[in-house]
Design a protein around this ligand. Sequence first.
Ligand SMILES: [Zn+2]
Length: 324
Amino acid sequence: MSAKVELHLHLEGAAPPDLIRQLAGEKKIDLTGVFAEDGGFATGDFQRFLKVYEAASSVLTTPEDYARLTRAVLERQRDHGVIYGEVFASPQLAAKNDMAAWRDHVDAVREAADGVDGIEWRMIPTCVRHFGPDDAKGAARCAAETAGSFVTGWGMGGDEGAGKPGDFAWSFDCAREAGLGITVHSGEFGGPQSVRDALDDLRPARIGHGVRAIEDLALVDRLAEDGVVLEVCPGSNVYLGVFDRLRAHPIEDLRRRGVRVTVSTDDPPFFRTNMTAEYEALHEAFDWDDGVFHEINRTAARAAFCDEATRAGLLKKLEAAWTT
Ligand SMILES: [Zn+2]
């Protein structure tokens, strides 16, 4: 299993359905409508996904829940060859922007992550775009307060159709001043203008998705020239209908045009995917070989929100895994 770096994964969105079912049972929470007949999550289009995601996440409340979730997610990721991952979690969900509660969650995730060998994690607190800019400020304060060797980034997910990136500038400035690396979901359901606005107003080093930039080649050139890294999640995009099949996905076109692309799974159980499946599908669709996979993983390691010693170690492991 070759070594992989995954930059775009939502902690609650990576929850195995079995764990969610188990927690719901223990807490006697009714999750009618959350599960499909096959036992997986009953997701459909993006709005439906957000609903099911929020319902499933509602069973995750205590630091112990987050520790169990962390162990389950890390073990699955490791099974698919991931050696380093960054995980999104919003202070607005379980911790409700309460600083003490958020701290407890971060500590629980960090301790659980430390206990799983063979994979390293960093945490990226995010705000939920459709909860609005005011609520995002509380999340940014939580992120800034816990910034350090484990909490290393800041981002924004949620419904890209809600509000404008500029509305969230205060939160992004707050996170940047705390030394956090900046990423933002954009160019998934929104078109090129959404990506331009995110670049102009929030100045991210990375963009979550960003794939709709392909509709505007001047923007593609800008991404390539500025070295903005795209956290591309092909399986997620196809599942949610952003592109009707992988062959129609622009990841290869973007890569050939000089944009720095990486590959992640986003919310793998919701989109019925994993890193092995993503790599196999990319090999099938675009004939990507080990050279290309090495390149995208090097890009990911260089764009990781981690210290330089960790980065050097990752680059070494990738070299050993993909060139022999
Ligand atoms: Zn995402």
